[in-house]
Ligand binder design. Structure first.
Ligand code: GLC
Length: 528
């Protein structure tokens, strides 16, 4: 059970409005008491922060607003004292354009080896004025940017994030060395960014189907830059590095691929885990949820692995909000386009509370995104002048982007940033965050925070992590049972459903339910 810390928005120890490493250190007891096993910290490296730190200028140094390398060492050490492991975010697909390698590449003549660390090509047409091919950036627009001498470099994300050429041995060696740098500092593992993007078709053919966005898997198996087979060569190199350390470090892939391709990433000599994004993307609907859950289990199981479940992260609309939208509405475009009165926040929260019981009852690992334990919704109404995500600008103001799930956490009911820090936060918190703060929820048995604490403690005690589950066919119910008698039911129908006579209820997602034998719509229960 890993808790994702979006460092900019977790806790600010200096009052500059941005979260930092010492802020995380000050809240380690909170994470221990929540009941997780460790934390994954989003990128904290030196960076111009054009993409929230996923544009790394130096993989071996910390951004001054986040702290120092000594702070990072201190965090790792203190986390270990609290019984928590620390997972660092590795960003191997691209660097920042301020990385020393790209500065060299930019200044080098064409054909210089410094250019070969990236994908730098001559353009099309007599004067090379057209980009080398039709590839698009995930953030909008062409994936090619022109250098002053007329050549073009590839950037699948922002133009400040040039893609590395992973067929280059120097690039491969450098990343093995970066892994060793953090492992030597005591890091327990890595979450690997854009894990499915490293290999590129070096004949640079046009993209035939342009629908293959990073956050959607499309069924295209022969894509020029997503999910290519050569990527697995690099993963095996990393695994060998990890396996040479005695403290059992792990790595988890951010690989947005078809469920039938996920097993390739978690073969015994590759990643330990890969996020089950197909589950994250499921609508709140019985057949889909069951199909996707079963598919993730079968797919990981085919190589002897277990799925890594997650409901939210820093790239998607928070699930409390997603589940409150009518069927068929795309949450990403809804942020800007609405209709905003279509959102039912109470329904969303009810379902989110049920969803976490479903997720925590499943075999495998679990990743929680900071703030979901408070039931935080997406802040969809951030005014456009505070938006920071490059998606907003690069899409020509057509897509609002991911800031709404990155608003700083409310720790207390009052104060300049509700306990996040001593100054105004980098993104404004809505007034409603006060009532969802840790201070308000802690100790209130009906709160979402206490539901999470109870569920995490019970999972630790009751839910075996490798047992097979047996599906139960009950109309309207997503239900399964384990061999030890532990059962989880989620009511996805419109009617209350009676629990089996004599069930011993362990935990339920509806607070203070007055009708203990009945399971209301959009609620979940654990019983034996
Ligand atoms: C991943 C990150 C996302 C980032 C992108 C480019 O998808 O999770 O936040 O923008 O990669 O690095």
């Amino acid at each position: 059970m890993i808790y994702q810390v979006y460092i900019r928005s977790f806790a600010d120890s200096t009052g500059d409005g941005t979260g930092d490493i010492n802020g995380i250190r000050s809240r380690l007891a909170y994470l221990r008491d929540l009941g997780v096993d460790g934390l994954w910290v989003n990128p904290w490296y030196r960076s111009p922060l054009h993409d929230g730190g996923y544009d790394v200028a130096d993989y071996r140094d910390i951004h001054p607003s986040f702290g120092t390398l000594d702070d990072a060492k201190g965090l790792i050490c203190e986390a270990h004292e609290h019984g928590l492991r620390v997972i660092v975010d590795l960003v191997p697909n691209h660097t920042s354009d301020e990385h020393a390698w790209f500065v060299d590449a930019r200044n080098a003549p064409p054909d210089d080896p410094a250019r070969n660390r990236y994908h730098i090509l001559t353009g099309k047409g007599p004067s090379g004025a057209a980009p080398p091919n039709n590839w698009s950036s995930v953030f909008g627009g062409s994936a090619w940017e022109r250098l002053s001498d007329g050549q073009w470099y590839l950037h699948l994300f922002d133009h400040t994030q040039p893609d590395l050429n992973w067929s280059n041995r120097e690039v491969q060696d450098e990343f093995q060395d970066i892994l060793r740098f953090w492992l030597d500092l005591g890091a327990d593992g890595f979450r690997v960014d854009v894990a499915h993007g490293l290999g590129k078709d070096m004949s640079y053919p046009d993209e035939r189907d342009k629908s293959a966005e990073i956050l959607v898997s499309t069924g295209i198996h022969d894509h020029p830059f997503w999910d290519r087979d050569e990527t697995h060569t690099y993963i095996r190199q990393w695994r060998a590095v990890l396996d040479s350390y005695p403290h059992d470090p792990m790595m988890v892939a951010e690989a947005w691929v078809e469920p039938d391709r996920t097993p390739l990433y978690v073969r015994p000599d590759e990643y330990h885990q890969s996020f089950a994004f197909d589950f994250l993307g499921s609508p709140w609907q019985l057949d889909e949820l069951r199909k996707r859950t079963a598919r993730a289990l079968a797919s990981a199981g085919s190589v002897g692995a277990l799925p890594s479940w997650t409901l939210s992260n820093h790239d998607v609309v928070r699930h409390t909000t997603r589940y409150g939208l009518p069927p068929g509405v795309d949450p990403r475009t809804w942020l800007l386009d609405g209709p905003h009165d279509a959102l039912d926040p109470d329904l969303g929260l009810r379902r989110a509370r049920a969803a976490v019981l479903l997720m925590l009852a499943l075999p495998g690992s679990v990743y929680l995104y900071q703030g979901e334990e408070l039931g935080l919704p997406e802040v969809w109404d951030l005014s456009t002048d505070v938006l920071d995500d490059p998606v907003w600008v690069n899409s020509g103001h057509a897509v609002k982007g991911r800031d709404g799930c990155r608003v700083p956490l409310p720790w207390s009911r009052s104060g300049p940033s509700l306990g996040f820090g001593d100054g105004p936060p980098w993104l404004p918190q809505p007034a409603s965050f006060a009532g969802r703060s840790v201070e308000v929820q802690a100790g209130n048995p009906d709160s979402t925070l206490e539901l999470y604490r109870s569920a995490l403690a019970l999972r630790r005690r009751l839910v075996p992590t490798t047992d097979e589950i047996g599906w139960m066919d009950i109309p309207g119910i997503l239900g399964f049972r384990r061999s030890d008698g532990f059962s989880c039911w989620v009511n996805l129908s419109d009617d209350a459903i009676r629990l089996p006579a004599g069930s011993d209820v362990l935990l339920r997602s509806d607070p203070g339910s007055g009708r203990p034998a009945l399971l209301s719509p959009d609620t979940a229960v654990w019983f034996s």
